[in-house]
Design a binder for this molecule. Structure first.
Ligand SMILES: [Zn+2]
Length: 64
């Protein structure tokens, strides 16, 4: 059941610059210690939503 961590996460199109990037959760490492982490565009650093996690959000550019 363990899913392998891959650089391919959830695809998102930046609301600011329109570039496509992927983001993923680095993992819920602290049970019960969830906090709000924001998803920032790796191109222009605009905020693109947030998730609740005890880990961190990792974003990556998508090169075509
Ligand atoms: Zn952007």
């Amino acid at each position: 059941m363990t899913k392998k961590n891959s650089l391919e996460g959830n695809k998102k199109v930046c609301t600011e610059c329109g570039e496509t990037f992927t983001w993923r959760n680095s993992g819920d490492v602290w049970p019960g210690g969830k906090d709000r982490e924001y998803i920032y565009c790796p191109y222009c650093h605009a905020e693109n939503g947030s998730i609740m996690t005890s880990g961190a959000v990792i974003t990556a550019k998508v090169s075509e």
